[in-house]
Design a protein around this ligand. Sequence first.
Ligand code: THU
Length: 160
Amino acid sequence: MRDIAINIPIKVYDINELNTDDKELVNKAIEATKTSYAPYSHFSVGAAARLENGTIITGSNQENAAYPSGTCAERTTLFYAGAAFPDQSVKTIAIAAKNEKGDFLTQPIPPCGACRQVMLETETRYGKPMRVLLYGSEGIYELRSVGDLLPLSFSAKDME
Ligand code: THU
């Protein structure tokens, strides 16, 4: 028997400590929560992706009366980015969420498992790390790649 320990480096920033680009992206994700369609969960999530060419794509969660038909903010955003700019890698994605009362989460919003898998595919598809910024009003997590957000992940290379 042997142990394996996985160390995941995460930097925690106050919003005012972010560089101009990251601050802009986080603010776009915050802004995108306003476009959420969440009549069932009343939980509004926004995401903003900065592409290699500088374009920022935003999206939000879009729910449906047939619950599984709805989609999270991260997937709305990344699928839109892929459809509109298939040749552009995603350099950074920022995510923000607010509850029914309109309060942003104090702790960084953790993306769901399905979104982590989709984020991973975006990263592996372009072969470049995609940074992840998770907004919390008391601190923002920066992960240097999706691989860090989804250790022991399954991707196409595992089928070779
Ligand atoms: N949701 C997201 O959009 N992103 C996440 O990372 C977590 C969950 C959405 C899905 C659903 O519309 C609502 O939040 C409650 O789960």
